[in-house]
Design a binder for this molecule. Sequence first.
Ligand SMILES: [Zn+2]
Length: 53
Amino acid sequence: MAKKAKEKLVWLECSVCQNKNYTTFNSLKKEKKLELNKFCMHCRKHTPHKQAK
Ligand SMILES: [Zn+2]
């Protein structure tokens, strides 16, 4: 198994309730933080999810 891109597991945190609802892989090359619109089961709606540190 050859490692291609270095990626790290990051949490996606709801920007409304701060709950960490999703995990994703983010390339270490990308300095920019991820921000995705995801369904939050705590807010029971779609909210912006930001990459937690
Ligand atoms: Zn939420």
